[in-house]
Write a protein that binds this ligand. Sequence first.
Ligand SMILES: C[S@@+](CC[C@H](N)C(=O)[O-])C[C@H]1O[C@@H](n2cnc3c(N)ncnc32)[C@H](O)[C@@H]1O
Length: 344
Amino acid sequence: MQRIPLYCTQKGQAYVGDSLELLAELPDNSIDLVMTSPPFALRRQKTYGNVEETEYVNWIKPFGKEVFRVLRESGSFVLDLGGAYRSGMPSRSLYNFRVLLSFCDEIGFHLAEDFYWFNPAKLPSPIEWVNKRKIRAKDSVNTVWWFSKTEFPKADVRKVLAPYSDRMKKLIEDPENFYKPKKRPSGHDISASFGKDNGGSLPSNLLSIPNTESNSNYLRLCKAFGIERHPARFPSELPAFFIKMLTDEGDVVLDIFGGSNTTGFVAESINRHWLTFEDKHEYLISSIFRFLDGYSEMAIQAILAALQDNQANYSLDKTYCNLEPVMTVKQRRAHISQPCLFPS
Ligand SMILES: C[S@@+](CC[C@H](N)C(=O)[O-])C[C@H]1O[C@@H](n2cnc3c(N)ncnc32)[C@H](O)[C@@H]1O
């Protein structure tokens, strides 16, 4: 890239700018996975829903074309799009489906699989149809389109096995007693090998992930430094699922609508290289908090001052990234009372 990043870590670089311009600097066939969530509120509210939907597709299509160009043949593009209602109407916008059709029909992507992210913690909305008039159920599922450049993108679901249910655990412990091999009414032959321990069950395309992050390093430091948190973050489990399933260690993951850089943080934590593009300088400044676990307050102040230049090229040579739940307050106090891990 010719542009200078705002900051970089051992594994990645975060750039401020319009991602269409930044994408143009990337060579063809250079990225293994683009994982992103664009702004999906309908961009201009107009009276007639169809116009909004067409505008959205016209807006996002150039990004899709560039993503297609920069992806390797084995690469994937995962696009999280929340559903929406048509302005002032209790009927749904079709914009996320129009994006899907346009990317496949006009750009040449394959739909490798449609995923659905169920956020059980989502608040009821829209208030008018759900809470007040009670004529619609609450909307708590985002469509997540997994596009690929070819029909056989790199993918391995064994890297994202789901925990076994209690029933399945019992079956594995004592298959003889628990289950008699037989044919199901559906015709499926359930043999004794069904009780084999494969380390977890095959994941489904319905991902149940509450968006309830409350104690991350990012949120803690936003609060401590009086900086507004990004209003539309996705939970780290969402990019983690796709990054693990669709890439290997050392591969390159790109987020073209980076926001608070959840994707970069996840990629760094599991040893993937990453690039993040975000056009709001202030969002990218605070995203560095994700990588500053163990830094002293003075060091963080100095970093924030350096990042006022949007091409600061601030290099973090020591980062501590971990996808495990962050420490409790008590653990953290014990941790910070140790000598500071990183430079002040
Ligand atoms: C839904 S948010 C992404 C949030 C992110 N997934 C996270 O977890 O923090 C979309 C982001 O795209 C950014 N954005 C919108 N248009 C852009 C563009 N043309 N180039 C770069 N970033 C853009 C917005 O500023 C916003 O932060």
